[in-house]
Design a protein. Structure first.
Lengths: 373, 373
């Protein structure tokens, strides 16, 4: 199989930017399809600026590259299917379709042997589904739209049948999933890559801290027992192989009562893997590009402890960031707005204690400037 | 002092490319001045394509940026002086003028307390200078043009008065330096950065192997005694401070008979520092950009053993490179020609033994494809 050297990327946000920057040393040229003229990824490759449903533009984009991938999972399904008729799309529609619908995602996880909490579909087409869901899951749960939710958007935590009914109204009575609330101690994720030849590479399990539903900080490796670490990696392997995924993905898991429960799959490079840019021997971005190009995957090992802290809605001065020991900066070139991820901090330390002391300073700086939506 | 966020770079080769790629996450936009429309750095910033002596273009280039640096030391002196009248040039002309003339460079090193071999100027304006040089240095030496030499070009090793006279003829009777031949055991270099505020940061001393005068492989850290390691770092500090340098530079040294003798200074990021892209916590490129921008310098420590192997005149298939454990690739996007540096391999290892075993495989691959001039 020939190696792709021109890769089209659907979406030109910061994930695209980091994919593009990691592709250049591999001799891979990226073209980013993004309707935003200010797409951050434009500094890291060519920018194909057109609307998601512009067939002519999509066709020209596809014909200009060897293979196509995405950094944004809400690409219209029809556009993807159209592109797939012209050039290979990696990962395939299967990964996207399985994970973009929360019901299908949970069913896939359950069928792949990955533990999930009780869940049920809530549908505007089935009037009794709210009652059935309540009976299956119980009154304490989380109601989420089946599609298009991210960073805690399109969700309601409910504690009673009344809150469930009201929550559904607030979500526009859209098709939803109702899941049992998991009283988790900790949230972890596994970022992993599967090559075009089916080989797999796993990054260290990461421990994540969210603020208002948005990732704030990731620590690698997670403070987790060996048993749970092994379980998490095994589950990630089941997901990669079950999807026949090509590229990087993230599996988010709750640690609850000494066991793991899958939360969701992101079928792409993921914010909880950004630490790999400075903390792992090969980043999640480079490994994604290698997989999509059909190249061997790189070493995912980490020589030191590492962490990532998000800057959301604001940034401190660059000089102030860089004066912190062990801290470096990844700016995305985006105009700050409340709730918008505009940069992240990399933190490394020779020991976990050193890392945690440095992370505390990085978090304090981030908390001072962050403006959530 | 305000931080520069738009930086002009004179030269758009692979050094410029790596500078530009390292600048993006810092929010620094690079503009590369280079007459070559195919300048490799164009993928990592804006490209200002004009001739070195085009005053109008130089003025517009300078006015479009906050500060100016270079990746190429043979920029015409007048052009640099002209630019310096418009925007700060970092490092200053002092660094460039001291190091672009081999006589001035050796005098500077000697005056800074850095050991140098016996040397003498050979000048077409002083008819007896060849005899005087022979008397000072002896019959076994190296004759080099005072300016414009690199990668072993413009040099002759001589063993007698006759060879010296013939060598000078072959070099067009240009102004030359005649240096005593140093029977060195090993060549090492120190790459280091000095910030705008005078703070300094030193990378591990590196051990270099050349083939036909061109760097082939660098190992970090060098296999060197603690004493010589300390000496090398001290000499690098003398050079940085003596020049009042701002940015990264490299000091090349011979290890001869248990002591160090300075060979030359490269007043810019250097091939023997490329390993820092994957092997150090902050690369030589990022630290150069930080210095030029007026930002704090980053940690130069290395969590693992690291090496770099040059690909010159040819490249193996990317898949073959990436299949080697611990090896990653940095392609420059240049068309291969004999003698042209087109890429390098990064090698890392948890121990020196692991590194050396991996380097041996990387070197074998490079030797198979390299085509020297």
């Amino acid at each position: 199989m020939s190696v792709a050297t021109k890769i089209g990327v659907l979406g030109g946000g910061q994930l695209g930017q980091m994919l593009g920057l990691s592709a250049i040393p591999l001799g891979i040229e990226c073209t980013f399809f993004d309707p935003d003229p200010e797409a951050p990824a434009r500094v890291a490759g060519k920018h194909f600026c057109a609307a998601w449903n512009d067939r002519d533009a999509l066709a020209r984009f596809a014909q200009s590259v060897d293979a196509i991938t995405f950094e944004f999972e809400n690409v219209p399904r029809e556009s993807l299917a159209f592109l797939e008729g012209i050039r290979p799309v990696r990962p395939s529609l299967r990964s996207l379709e399985t994970t973009c619908d929360r019901i299908r995602e949970k069913e896939f996880l359950r069928d792949a042997g990955v533990p999930v909490q009780p869940f049920a579909a809530v549908s505007p087409d089935a009037p009794a589904s709210l009652e059935l869901a309540l009976a299956t899951v119980g009154p304490h749960g989380v109601l989420k739209t089946r599609t298009l939710g991210y960073d805690g958007k399109g969700q309601r935590v409910v504690h009673s049948a009344e809150e469930l009914a009201r929550g559904w109204q607030e979500l526009g009575s859209a098709p939803c999933i109702y899941e049992a609330f998991v009283p988790f101690d900790r949230e972890v994720s596994v970022v992993a890559t599967r090559g075009l030849d089916g080989t797999t590479a796993f990054y260290s399990v990461v421990e994540n801290l969210h603020t208002k539903g948005v990732l704030f900080r990731s620590l690698a490796p997670a403070r987790l027992s060996d048993q749970l670490t092994q379980d998490a990696l095994r589950h990630a392997r089941s997901v990669l192989d079950g999807l026949g995924h090509v590229g990087t993905l993230a599996l988010e898991l709750f640690v609850a009562d000494g066991t793991l429960i899958a939360n969701e799959i992101a079928p792409r490079v993921h914010n909880s893997g950004h630490w790999t840019l400075r903390g792992a021997r090969t980043s999640q971005f480079e490994n994604h590009m290698r997989a999509v190009a059909g190249l061997p995957l790189g070493d995912t090992g980490m020589p030191e402890h590492a962490a990532m802290v998000n800057l959301i809605g604001g940034t401190p001065s660059t000089a102030e960031v860089l004066a912190l020991p062990g801290v470096s900066l990844q700016l995305y070139g985006k105009t700050p707005r409340p709730g918008r991820k505009v940069a992240h901090l990399h933190v490394v330390g020779a020991t976990q204690d050193e890392l945690l002391a440095r992370v505390a300073r990085a978090e304090a700086l981030a908390r001072r400037v962050n403006r959530l939506a």
